[in-house]
Design a protein around this ligand. Structure first.
Ligand code: GRG
Length: 292
């Protein structure tokens, strides 16, 4: 996993040079270059490797997915959203560059990502592959994806529910969090021409992992520390957000996490991928250390 992360960091740096106007490129690169776990681009590259695809050809897409993820973090931290002064253990983008530049840096990453896929993949992927990846990208980012998850999450603070609470919670997990993991494996499958039944299976893994990841995040918001999570703790409770722990309590959250970890292993173990094992272990070990 470390090797893949190194490769991703190198390429992210290469794809986004500091150009004119400097402020926007500096703001884009600031949050991007802080030490994130790089789970989503790693998942994309590992999916490609599992199906004997070309890792080099997948790098623009993997990096674009990290750009989209970072865009969502920058916007999520804004005063009009979660209003968090810290991200990845450092001051949030708007704290360093101001709100206007942070909004624009997010917008710039959101658009730089597909631009990177198109410009950097045209020699190594077919037009059909690029079109399919862009289709998945727009679905995951847009009104059926991240944006949908985020607006329902925000409305949950005001107890505005169009659906039952359980359904609303699942919708938030699926779109705010799982959609990016799903984009990572789906685009990996497109690049490596994976068979459909394998692609469905890995997509199911990504959805389970996304659910697990969001419940883990909900638990950590209650019992973790700033040092561990790199952001302010206790904000969900303060904002009266609908989370797994607010609806079912910590004990049930632990049980559901264990069940989801098992479901993820059931799917992934047969691929004998040390990288996927590590991705799963990151959550498994942190949960074990805190709740057992
Ligand atoms: C796509 C236009 C557009 C808007 C985005 C702001 C927003 C709408 C969505 C928020 C999505 C969000 C921040 C979800 C939380 C998911 C989550 C638990 C992220 C933390 O992921 P880690 O732990 O972070 O992988 P690192 O820093 O390690 O990369």
């Amino acid at each position: 996993m470390e090797e893949l992360i190194k490769l991703i960091n190198q390429k992210l740096d290469e794809y986004i040079p500091i150009n004119y106007p400097k402020t926007i490129f500096e703001a884009m690169k600031y949050t991007l270059s802080l030490s994130g776990k790089r789970l989503r681009p790693v998942m994309c590259l590992e999916t490609v490797r599992i199906f004997n695809g070309d890792i080099e050809a997948a790098l623009p897409t993997a990096c674009a997915i990290e750009m989209l993820h970072v865009q969502s973090l920058i916007h999520d931290d804004l005063p009009c959203m979660d209003n968090d002064d810290f991200r990845r253990g450092k001051p949030s983008n708007h704290k360093v560059f101001g709100e206007a530049a942070a909004v624009l840096a997010g917008d710039a990453l959101l658009t730089f990502a597909p631009q990177t896929i198109i410009e950097k993949s045209k020699e190594v992927l077919t037009s059909e592959q690029i079109l399919n990846i862009l289709h998945e990208y727009t679905k995951a980012a847009g009104a059926y994806g991240l944006i949908a998850g985020q607006i329902v999450d925000i409305e949950s603070e005001k107890k505005q529910f169009e659906k039952k609470e359980e359904e609303t919670l699942y919708f938030i997990q699926l779109h705010k969090t799982a959609d990016l993991f799903r984009l990572a494996v789906k685009s990996g499958c497109i690049i490596a021409n994976a068979p459909d039944e394998r692609a469905f299976e890995l997509e199911e893994f990504a959805v389970k992992y996304g659910q697990l990841f969001q419940i883990y995040d909900d638990i950590m918001d209650e019992i973790s520390t700033f040092e561990e999570m790199g952001k302010t703790i206790g904000k969900d409770k303060e904002a009266q957000k609908l989370t797994y722990t607010s609806l079912y309590g910590i004990e049930q959250a632990k049980k559901t996490c264990n069940a989801l970890i098992k479901d993820c292993h059931d799917i992934i173990d047969k691929y004998a991928s040390s990288v996927f094992e590590e991705i799963l272990e990151i959550v498994e070990k942190r949960l074990e250390a805190r709740i057992n």
